[in-house]
Write a protein that binds this ligand. Structure first.
Ligand code: 6PG
Length: 253
């Protein structure tokens, strides 16, 4: 196995059902443990396409029956600076696939959405919301129980895109970022808060991720993708489907 960060755990799945069931199991396991340990589950949800399959399972038995949903405090790891009714909005996707289907406490739904003049204002507002809600570690960084991430074929995660200035943000838990190749503004959690999470799960699916994943899991891989700069204090689990795992080393059974 690669020398990639020692606390990294790579899970490869033969089909979509097993991929999503394992991810939903992992999510609920940590929700249950966090609620038992300190009364709440502070989770940062991921946007994009892949996580919708996890959110869909969480609203169904047996997953939905496993925890007290009023103890889950929902945050969003990143958002596009678009209206919350826009098809691009992560807020819209998560409200429709997850939140509206579960008996949550609306006071604990802390998703960001565009209600500001610009992305910088939205980022500052969200940083305050996260700081005001989460316990923090010694150096004042908010601590999530679980952060869900995805990965783009360019190795971005959340909205930490290559060659953007958010990659050097080392203090604020949230920042605004202009992504030139998308010609769009985004707001995203940053490395400090991601690295401080107790648990991280990365969901990677699709053929377009094959080469990036293969590079990341090579022996002595060069550090060239934003996602590789995640050096978590907690554990980091990669959930990868067969399509994306085609060039990865065969796993011990
Ligand atoms: C977003 C996500 C982003 C996503 C990756 C992978 O808002 O788009 O936070 O980081 O996780 O782009 O997206 P897919 O899972 O759709 O491939």
């Amino acid at each position: 196995m690669s020398d990639y960060h020692s606390s990294t755990n790579l899970h490869i799945f033969p089909d979509e059902d097993s991929f999503y069931q394992a991810a939903a199991d992992f999510w609920i396991q940590h929700a249950s443990q966090s609620i038992s340990a300190h009364g709440y589950f502070f989770v940062a949800l991921s946007g994009g396409r892949t996580p919708a399959g996890v959110y869909n399972l969480l609203t169904k038995s047996p997953w939905r029956d496993q925890i007290d949903w009023t103890k889950v405090v929902f945050f969003l790891g990143d958002e596009r600076f678009v209206s919350r009714v826009d098809g691009q909005s992560n807020y819209k996707m998560i409200m429709e696939t997850l939140i509206r289907e579960l008996p949550v406490d609306v006071a604990n739904v802390r998703l960001m959405y565009k209600n500001h003049n610009n992305a910088t204002e939205m980022a500052s507002d969200y940083a305050q919301s996260i700081r005001g809600s989460l316990p923090s570690c010694d150096n004042e960084i908010p601590v999530f129980d679980l952060i869900m991430l995805g990965m783009g074929s360019d190795g971005h995660t959340a909205s930490l895109f290559p060659d953007t200035d958010i990659l050097v943000e080392d203090k604020e838990p949230v920042a605004a970022v202009y992504v030139e190749k998308l010609d769009s503004w985004r707001v995203s959690i940053t490395y400090p808060v991601i690295n401080q999470a107790r648990h991280i799960m990365v969901l990677v699916s699709g053929e377009d991720k094959v080469d990036t994943l293969s590079h990341i899991f090579q022996q002595n891989a060069q550090q060239q993708y934003p996602i590789q700069k995640i050096k978590p204090v907690g554990d980091m689990h990669w959930f990868v489907d067969q399509a994306a795992a085609q060039k990865l080393p065969v796993q011990d059974s």
